[in-house]
Structure formats: C-alpha cells, structure tokens
Design a protein around this ligand. Structure first.
Ligand code: ZN
Length: 124
C-alpha cells in the first residue's frame, strides 16, 4: 500500500504513559457523560408529567424541547458507546490502532478525540 505523500506521517506508537493519560481522559469523560444523561433523562420525561414544571411554556414549546432533548440523548448514547469501546480496546491492547488501515492513529488526534477509531487518512 502506498501512502499519500500529503498524509501526516504515522504517529510514533503511544507510550504506556500516554495510554494511562488517555484512559483517565476517557474514564472522566464517560463519568461526566453518564451524569449528564441522568439529567437529560429527567428532561425527557413525557410532557404530561411535567405540566407544573413547564409552567408558562406552551405545549408546542414543550414538545419541541422534548424533541431536542431526544436528539441530545441520542448523541450522548452514541458517545457513551464510543468511549466504552475505546476503553475496551485499551483492555485488549488494540487501542490507538486505526480500524480502517491498521496503522497507529496520530497521538495528537487521540489526545483531542480519545475515542477516535480511525486515523485522519481513513474516512469515518
Ligand atoms: Zn487509517
């Protein structure tokens, strides 16, 4: 396989220290996300149960809010799954390897997106 000359050079493999730091990052993001999902769950309750809480909001507004909350909830669930998969790959020792081409994912990318499964050269 020939490398695109414009592509970034392959990252040096992650050091044990890098992995430890990324694991902490993943765990703390996962924890934050799970706490925020509990709050989203409260907000996603059926409108009828919330009559008092919504007060001046019209029913239309509450339905719209509920829709937005549902979208947020779906995005959170996707991210939770991605973070969990990353932690699982760490346990399996395959973390930091691109699932597209098998090369090491750029370390700089992992520190920004610790849940990244593909390198910048591979489409998501
Ligand atoms: Zn790749």
């Amino acid at each position: 396989m020939t490398r695109d000359p414009k592509a970034e050079p392959p990252a040096p493999s992650l050091s044990g220290e890098d992995v430890d730091q990324l694991r902490q990052q993943l765990e703390s993001e996962l924890g934050k996300l799970l706490r925020s999902m509990e709050i989203t769950d409260e907000a996603a309750r059926p409108v009828e149960l919330d009559q008092q809480a919504v007060g001046r909001l019209s029913r239309m507004d509450s339905l719209q809010n509920q829709h937005l909350t549902q979208n947020l909830k779906e995005r959170e669930q996707v991210r939770v799954a991605a973070l969990s998969r990353a932690l699982q790959r760490m346990n399996e020792g395959t973390y930091g390897k691109c699932t597209g081409c098998g090369e090491g994912i750029q370390a700089g990318r992992l520190f920004v997106f610790p849940e990244a499964e593909r390198c910048t050269a591979c489409p998501e």
